[in-house]
Design a binder for this molecule. Structure first.
Ligand code: KMH
Ligand code: ZN
Length: 279
């Protein structure tokens, strides 16, 4: 791999997601005020990047462009965090709505490298759609984070970069999303295999373990010199039987874990550099 950053630790917070109902988890930040409050807390705790899914007035996932734009603006006004919008949306969102997310002009966007079973649902990512996202993101100077749910997605990233070229700033950042029922398991062995298979052009990578795989994946990622993504999109239990309570708590734990291996939280301006964005 080319020039992987190993000294400081990028902590991405994914505070909301599209899967959990507000009624099942009242602490989930679903309103703009709650999201901005969470973002400020998480930045103060050490997060450098925020991965955002937006909810509507009824707390349901939405890709409404007005709400997305308003959210990007509010996060930029209140924090220095790098703002990443999800183009994954929910499993029910049409592809054209997911592509239109880029019209909200975030700093960064997620791009998933292939279709994957997602519990009882299917998270659809046909190859032409992946290529469209990659092309439009580059045209607009939006830094992608390539989401890799499976070893096949790791290989697909190599194929995409070989045929369609590198993203903005020639930086290639990806995130291993592990432990989704249907994707690669959230184990140290799977993480080591996925990291070994990353294309040489990758300049930074993080990992997240869904549900009870969170700690295993975080520790394996740190052992391999990677970065961390945490948040209530991925994990609702802090420990067996103990609800997370807040995103800030997960960021604080990531900071503490990183400290054990002498990694310091990556400041947002360094995250921008790492993603090839203007500082
Ligand atoms: N909500 C999942 C179906 C992403 O944000 O790019 C997809 C997801 C990935 O969360
Ligand atoms: Zn997401």
């Amino acid at each position: 791999m080319a020039e992987t950053v190993v000294d400081d630790l990028l902590i991405t917070v994914a505070p909301t997601g599209a899967e959990t109902a507000k009624s099942d988890c009242p602490e989930l930040p679903t309103t703009l005020d709650e999201l901005v409050g969470t973002a400020k807390e998480c930045e103060a705790a050490g997060a450098g990047l925020i991965h955002v899914h937006v909810r509507d007035a009824d707390h349901r996932p939405t890709l409404d462009l007005g709400r997305l734009r308003e959210t990007v603006t509010a996060l930029r006004e209140s924090t220095s965090l790098v703002v990443q919008l999800s183009t994954g949306g929910s499993v029910h969102d049409p592809l054209e709505d997911r592509l239109r997310v880029l019209d909200a002009a975030p700093d960064s966007c997620s791009i998933t490298l292939g279709t994957v079973n997602f519990g009882d649902d299917v998270f659809l990512n046909p190859w032409p759609f992946v290529r469209d996202l990659h092309r439009v993101a580059r045209e607009r100077g939006i830094a992608p984070e390539f989401e890799l749910f499976d070893l096949g997605h790791v290989a697909a990233l190599g194929r995409l970069l070989a045929t369609d070229g590198l993203p903005v700033g020639d930086r290639v950042h990806c995130d291993l999303v592990m432990g989704v029922p249907g994707g690669m398991p959230g184990t140290a062995d799977a993480l080591v295999a996925a990291v070994a298979a990353l294309p040489a052009a990758v300049t930074s990578w993080s990992a997240t373990g869904i549900g009870r795989t969170a700690m295993t994946v975080a520790m394996a990622a740190l052992a391999k010199g990677g970065h961390l993504r945490v948040g209530m999109e991925d994990t609702l239990s802090f420990a067996p039987g103990e609800p997370v309570g807040s995103n800030r708590r997960l960021v604080e734990r990531a900071v503490a874990l990183g400290g054990l291996v002498h990694r310091v939280p990556m400041a947002p301006h360094r995250v921008r550099e790492a993603l090839g964005l203007a500082v």
